[in-house]
Write a protein that binds this ligand. Structure first.
Ligand code: FAD
Ligand code: SIN
Length: 516
């Protein structure tokens, strides 16, 4: 089926849905989403959404924490937009009826998470994303000028005269179609599935990043991937996230001997920023040869069951009692800080193409994202992109940084890998701890696979499995190349051969562009 509209939004997470609501006042909106409209990273978010609403908080303090977590690479203008506009958009959600937990006075109850200097996180028990998704979807699905096309996997941006004018898509029956629109927003979320161990659901394959890269968009800071320290680590069970909010309420990370070890590596202990805690866990596992655990056994079990029912249930499925047992944990890929370079209004380097949410790189997170700033980013920058899409087309005012150009992959007569080979390679060679040797190996292998995918693309246009692998290879190669290039350690990017921060050479953004 071919369709056309004024605005095309690809993705139905917080960024896409919030944008669609603003666009509906200005024309016909088509929302394209590859699975059920409620399936997204947004729906799995646990901890909540950060906003400076507490009596002891301010946008300035929120900015300070965000910039400290970002390890020298946050864009101050983007952070300023996030922290100043965030409270307004969060209040709007409250007016629309989002069911955040409240305190005895009926004010939003604020949770605590790592690297926040005050309680700042609005939440709906431990299923905050599900509640946000419910609210936004209930509005989008009843807004007359928004048409939602589900089971529609966007595969390629349509380009005309150097501008984007829509997208090609395919459904699970292999039927293909085109959607044409004057303005297109990529809100396709993250790429955690690029790594073998991830907290992300199956839809998070980085398709938007891959499509934009193949169309020649500028992709920034893509070496910066966040590895969450505490995913459930039980053989055969999914890497279910054990929210940082657990530690915010007093959970401790223990080694096999029952010692709270993180403070030996990081002065801030269990509530240090995620990259630091994740690496402390890896070092302790190496030191002891044993696993590490999250424990809440010293806390009130009724409180734990009330506040964290979803996590308690996931642990129960794995045969563990969150209130009593030590829960085995290990790090897992969680969030991609880099993405499609945008200005503060979601404009990308390709005219008529916008991006918002996890797929975009506004610079707001720098080298490492502060917990619970991602839902806020999707909300604020989704709304801002929609405002810009309603207005006249202007060139993007992208931040300054180095741009590295790469030739597109040349078709190669090798076999297209299965997705597990790609994910395994990325986890082993381009994961939490990186070094030149393994990264060079990864880049060489991914280049061959990218060539194989290029050769196979025309014949396998309608094949979902192939499309999935194609995205993983494209995004994996972008990450591995950028990680090899950055010879320092900063935020989520840690090089064992360059373990120190090197501000003199590397306190800068680097973007990649595939020539078309
Ligand atoms: P998503 O919510 O991921 O939505 C992307 C959409 O695009 C989906 O609908 C997907 O199906 C669709 N899509 C993708 N590719 C295509 C394609 N090719 N064609 C069509 N549609 C496509 N952040 C916080 O701030 N607070 C938290 O508490 C928090 N907890 C988290 C817990 C977990 C387990 C995870 C995985 C993430 C968490 N995050 C949290 C991060 C946060 O949830 C995400 O970064 C955020 O929701 C991203 O929103 P988004 O709208 O950009 O993308
Ligand atoms: C968590 O609840 O630990 C995840 C929060 C986030 O990713 O911001």
């Amino acid at each position: 089926m071919n369709l056309s509209g004024d605005f095309l939004v690809i993705g139905s997470g917080i960024a896409g849905l919030r944008a669609a609501l603003s666009l509906a006042g200005a024309g016909e909106v088509i929302v394209l989403t590859k699975a059920d409209p409620r399936e997204s990273n947004t729906g799995y978010a646990q901890g909540g959404i950060a906003a400076a609403l507490g009596p002891d908080d301010s946008p300035e303090l929120h900015a300070r924490d965000t910039i400290a977590a970002g390890d020298g690479l946050c864009e101050p203008a983007a952070v300023d937009v996030l922290v100043r506009e965030g409270p307004r958009y969060v209040r709007e959600l409250i007016e629309w009826g989002v069911a955040f937990d409240v305190d005895a006075e009926g004010r939003p109850a604020l949770g605590r998470e790592a690297a926040h200097s005050v309680r700042r996180v609005l939440h709906a028990r431990d299923a905050s994303g599900r509640e946000l998704g419910r609210l936004l979807w209930s509005r989008v699905s009843t807004t007359p000028r928004i048409k939602v096309l589900d089971d529609a996997l966007a595969t390629q941006l349509l380009m005309s005269g150097g501008c984007c004018d829509g997208v090609a898509y395919v459904n699970t029956r292999g039927e293909q179609g085109l959607v044409r629109a004057g303005r297109t927003l990529l809100a396709t979320g993250g790429a955690g599935q690029v790594f073998r161990e991830t907290t992300n659901p199956a839809v998070a394959t980085g398709d938007g990043l891959a499509m934009a890269a193949r169309a020649g968009a500028s992709i920034g800071d893509i070496e910066f991937v966040q590895f969450h320290p505490t995913a459930l680590s039980v053989e055969g069970a999914p890497r279910f996230l054990l929210s940082e909010a657990l530690r915010g309420e007093g959970a401790r990370i223990l080694n096999e001997a029952g010692e709270a070890f993180v403070a030996r590596y990081e002065p801030a202990g269990d509530l240090a920023s995620r990259d630091l805690v994740a690496r402390a866990i890896v070092r302790e596992v190496e030191r002891t040869g044993s696993r590490v655990y999250l424990s809440m056994a010293h806390l009130d079990p009724d409180f734990i069951r009330r506040r964290f029912p979803t996590i308690a249930q996931a642990c129960a499925h794995a045969g563990l009692d969150l209130t009593r047992d030590r829960i085995p944990v290990s790090p897992a890929a969680h969030y991609v800080m880099g993405g499609i370079d945008t200005d503060l209004d979601g404009r990308t380097s390709i005219p008529h193409l916008f991006a918002a949410g996890e797929v975009a790189c506004t610079g707001v997170h720098g080298a490492n994202r502060l917990a619970s700033n991602s839902l806020l980013e999707g909300l604020v920058f989704g709304a801002r992109a929609a405002e810009a899409m309603r207005g006249p087309i202007r060139a993007a005012a992208l931040r300054h940084g180095e741009v590295v150009r790469h030739a597109p992959p040349q078709p190669e007569a090798t076999q297209v890998p299965d997705e597990f080979a790609v994910r395994d390679l990325m986890w082993r060679d381009a994961g939490l701890l990186r070094a030149r040797g393994s990264l060079e190996r990864a880049v060489a292998q991914l280049e061959r696979w990218a060539g194989a995918a290029e050769a196979a693309r025309p014949a396998r246009a309608g094949d979902h499995g192939f499309r999935r692998v194609g995205s993983l290879v494209t995004v994996g190669l972008l990450i591995a190349r950028a990680a090899l290039r950055r010879e320092e350690s900063r935020g989520g990017h840690f090089r064992t051969d360059f373990p120190a921060l090197d501000d003199l050479h590397w306190k800068r953004h680097v973007s990649d562009v595939l020539t078309t």
